[in-house]
Design a protein around this ligand. Structure first.
Ligand code: KIV
Ligand code: NA
Length: 275
């Protein structure tokens, strides 16, 4: 039985070998990504990526738990963390604990992530003291879209940079075992990384961060539009279009299924054998 990456393992990576993290929402993708990653995040970005929502605000706790279960089942090595969705934790430390306890008990994941800085420090301290490992998330916090007005990068003026740095310090001092820094000016992310005792995980941040995370569908080329900070490592969207186009043409031409893909014809050989 392979032991999963643990919270102390991640903490120990401060200033060391970079932490590799990706989002995952489904068992099949978790299985493919798990061997390469230290952390799989069941991000609430799934609302926008997989459900067609315009923001993460409507994402429900029940949905996060269902997808969290799928990712835990599909993986065995990486630490699985699940985002607490908007409205499920902000009201009080007690509400956050009830939510986090449901997530840990019902999914079997190791940690939760929640957005916010100084204002969430008390909640993070409350959770950590009660056995809930927490990943912080500062800079661009998409659940605050209604207040922010856009998903543009943060930390472009000195006042905003001071606030973001204070947020990062507050969540780290409250006991978060690592901190996601999203869409901030590069030097700020590097400064925060130097200032914190726990690892930072950048997304649109800096190569100096202690690790990196991207939304899997974005880096695979499955998303229609992606932020500037995304590097597309594959063009799976194009591959899907080509595969489905071939299938559609063969169905219309009655070229599929051929004898090899029907019962009673010649015995199939190859990967379909026995199915
Ligand atoms: O929801 C998400 O995918 C995230 C990461 C991109 C950090 O919060
Ligand atoms: Na998120």
């Amino acid at each position: 039985d392979i032991r999963r990456v643990s919270v102390p393992d991640i903490r120990a990576r401060k200033g060391g070998e970079p932490i590799v993290a990706l989002t995952a929402y489904h068992a099949h993708m978790a299985r493919l990504v798990d061997p390469h990653c230290d952390i799989l995040l069941v991000g609430d970005s799934l609302g926008m990526v997989a459900q067609g929502l315009e923001s993460t605000v409507p994402v429900t706790l029940d949905l996060m738990i269902l997808q969290g279960q799928a990712v835990v089942r599909g993986s065995r090595r990486a630490l699985v963390a699940v985002d607490l969705p908007f409205g499920s934790y902000e009201e009080s430390p007690e509400a956050a604990f009830r939510t986090a306890a449901r997530v840990l008990k019902e999914t079997g994941c190791t940690a939760v992530k929640l957005e916010g800085g100084v204002g969430m420090a008390e909640t993070i301290r409350f959770l950590v003291a009660r056995g809930v490992p927490v990943i912080g998330h500062v800079g661009l916090t998409p659940q605050a879209i209604n207040q922010l007005g856009s998903f543009r990068a943060r930390g472009r003026d000195e006042a905003e940079r001071q606030l973001i740095a204070a947020d990062a310090r507050a969540v780290a001092e409250a006991g978060a075992f690592c901190v996601v820094i999203e869409a901030v000016a590069e030097p700020l992310a590097a400064d925060i990384t130097r200032a914190l005792a726990v690892p930072t995980i950048g997304i649109g941040a800096s190569a100096a961060c202690d690790g990196q995370i991207l939304v899997l569908e974005d880096m695979l080329g499955l998303s229609e539009r992606v932020p500037r900070f995304v590097k597309r490592y594959a063009e799976l969207g194009r591959a899907v279009g080509e595969a489905v186009g071939s299938y559609a043409a063969e169905v219309r031409a009655r070229a599929f299924p051929s004898a090899a893909h029907t019962y009673g014809g010649p015995r199939p050989s190859g990967p379909e054998q026995g199915l």
